[in-house]
Design a protein. Structure first.
Length: 611
């Protein structure tokens, strides 16, 4: 009997039970994943005796056995096994990994792949991969059930709610994990407020911290790294969530909000866009980590693995404009303060992270490059021009401003080359929160007030649209500036780079500006009430609170050193600022704005004096 005949007979025998078996497997898979994730959190979040840990690990091993079993059952039930293997190649790689580890453990009493990584100095490899595998199966199975089942109710949600809920879920989950005893050092008690603050700061890629990263154990630092990565998969990824939710039942009401987030036609090919975002971001972060690794100097790390982890952490933090560092005091720590090659790598990562994926794809995607080479008359897109040119303008303004204003202050003991790198770094870091100089002037040695005011403006503008940074965005500033020059010159239309800007875009730009100004003023007023003790401290002024608030609202992360001294109420004010700054002011406006029943009307013209 030929293989095809044999396979056909098996398919006929299995056909009747296929649907019920696969549906049961999906439900069991979800339950197993939830149980395994809960067990993992319990194992790594609390201390256990050897006997207790062994029993809990048996649950994890059992879940791995089930994953392998259900994969082969699905393979058997699929009528085209070769196509199944091609479609599930990533899951197949995970199964192969589990098989190798299972066989090596049962026959040789060692985890082969973990042993290889431990010899390289990378510890806890199995812990990280175990969490990844469980989370992967939970997400995949949950989405499959949503897509194919009526178990879950169908909702119609405003896209702003979907977007904010996704961030809130990550923040709350991160808060719970950071509060677990094993996530912080024994001498550090992380309460709800501090955990909530750190989780929000990491997820909103801000970088403000009420605790030092050294207050967390390796496990806690990994959690923060994951929060940065999830938060930094920026707003374009929301387009994917929008499409996905619509397909699996969580419908959304409007397309316009997504277009405002993405500002590109790529939303129509959202799945491919998300894949590109993930692959490009991971690729850039890996290149950044490899560039950083040899530059640290081995004296600062206890092992090869620590140096690798530090390289990955700082690369991810830089590209996502998070500004969080494993060094106490950030990059101003004496170990890296004068490491100018590290500063240059961080500068490049921060710049591209703040440039935005739309611009990165348009500038460096092989298809775009090939198209421009074959058709020299073609130029980069309009949105990319705004992002690139205005980003460079602000880098020059900030760099030259820092060099001139701080020449006899923080740059006094540096050479010309070192001063240029430091000036460039401080200009680029307007979106990230990294710092190689002391921003705390309370002791008389920090930055001067003139540059602090200039930095307030740079943080207020922030990064480009579709990027990992915050602020009103360079595109918003460009439109407002063009509208201003049009009014001053008496021109009929607002134009940038020989392109006319619609009144709708101008209106949105001014709306973002006003909401941003209003939000900052309200929060500064609130902080002036709650932080009377800080204002009464020697060397502290209202500028410290203004700087802290603008930094939080712009998801920057720079501080004059008052973050850890904030009152309980002050911390929550900053948390709200970071959250609103991250999800976007227009998101909030869309959510609470009243939808018009009709737009087909016009009031009589009115005129009043201006100025």
């Amino acid at each position: 009997m030929s293989w095809n005949k044999f396979r056909e007979r098996i398919n006929l025998k299995l056909y009747g039970s296929k649907e019920s078996v696969l549906k049961s497997l999906r439900i069991i898979n979800l339950l197993v994943s939830v149980s395994a994730i809960g067990t993992l959190i319990y194992i790594y979040g609390f201390q256990h005796t050897t006997l207790e840990k062994e029993g809990l690990l048996n649950i994890i091993k059992g879940s791995f056995v089930f994953y392998i079993f259900q994969y082969f059952i699905r393979l058997i039930y699929d009528f085209q096994p070769k196509q199944f293997l091609r479609n599930t190649w990533f899951e197949g790689v995970i199964m192969l990994f589990l098989l190798i580890e299972g066989i090596s453990y049962n026959f040789f009493d060692l985890l082969l792949i973990e042993e290889v990584f431990q010899r390289m100095g990378i510890s806890s490899f199995t812990d990280i991969t175990t969490f990844f595998i469980q989370a992967y199966f939970f997400i995949v199975v949950f989405l499959e059930l949503k897509r194919s089942s009526s178990i879950f109710p169908k909702f119609k949600l405003h896209p702003a709610i979907v977007f904010m809920l996704s961030f809130l879920f990550i923040i709350i989950a991160g808060t719970g994990l950071l509060m677990l005893p094993e996530m912080s050092q024994p001498s550090v008690d992380v309460g709800f407020t501090d955990a909530f603050f750190m989780s929000t700061s990491a997820t909103c890629v801000t970088g403000l911290g009420v605790l030092e990263m050294s207050d967390f154990t390796y496990k806690g630092q990994v959690i923060i790294l994951v929060l940065i990565k999830l938060g930094g998969l920026n707003i374009i990824a929301f387009g994917f969530i929008f499409i996905l939710m619509n397909k699996i039942g969580l419908g959304v009401k409007q397309d316009s909000l997504v277009e405002d987030f993405v500002n590109t036609d790529a939303v129509h090919n959202t799945r491919n866009v998300l894949r590109k975002i993930v692959l490009w971001s991971i690729g850039i972060e890996l290149i950044g980590a490899m560039a950083l690794y040899p530059l640290w100097g081995g004296d600062h790390f206890q092992s090869f693995g620590d140096q690798i982890f530090s390289s990955i952490f700082h690369s991810v933090s830089a590209f996502n404009n998070a500004g969080l560092s494993l060094f106490d005091g950030g990059l101003y720590h004496e170990a890296v303060r004068n490491n100018y090659l590290v500063h240059l790598v961080i500068t490049i990562l921060v710049f591209f992270g703040a440039l935005g994926f739309v611009a990165i794809f348009n500038l460096f995607d092989p298809n775009s490059l090939r198209d421009r080479l074959q058709n020299p008359w073609k130029q980069i897109s309009f949105s990319t021009k705004i992002a690139l040119y205005f980003s460079l303008i602000f880098v020059v303004i900030g760099g030259v401003g820092f060099y001139i204003l701080e020449y006899n202050n923080s740059l006094a003991n540096q050479s010309v080359g070192e001063s240029v790198i430091t000036s460039l770094f401080q200009s680029v870091t307007r979106t990230s929160g990294f710092s190689t100089v002391d921003f705390d002037a309370s002791d008389g040695y920090g930055l001067g007030i003139p540059f602090m005011i200039l930095m307030l403006f740079l943080m207020f503008v922030g990064s480009s649209s579709s990027s990992t940074g915050g602020g009103i965005k360079t595109s918003t500033f460009a439109i407002i500036w063009a509208s201003f020059t049009k009014t001053i010159r008496g021109k009929k239309h607002t134009a940038i780079f020989n392109r006319t800007i619609s009144q709708d875009l101008i209106g949105k730009a001014f709306a973002v500006l006003l909401i941003f100004i209003g939000g900052n003023l309200i929060c500064i007023f609130a902080l002036s009430i709650t932080e009377a003790e800080i204002l009464a401290s020697q060397g502290r002024t209202i500028l410290d609170l203004v700087f802290e608030e603008v930094s939080a609202f712009g998801t920057v992360g720079l501080s004059t050193g008052i973050t850890a001294d904030l009152s309980e109420a002050g911390k929550y004010i900053i948390v709200v600022s970071m959250f609103v700054g991250r999800v976007g002011t227009l998101t909030i406006a869309y959510l609470f704005g009243k939808k018009l029943l009709s737009r087909n009307y016009k009031y009589p013209s009115g005129h009043t004096m201006v100025g």
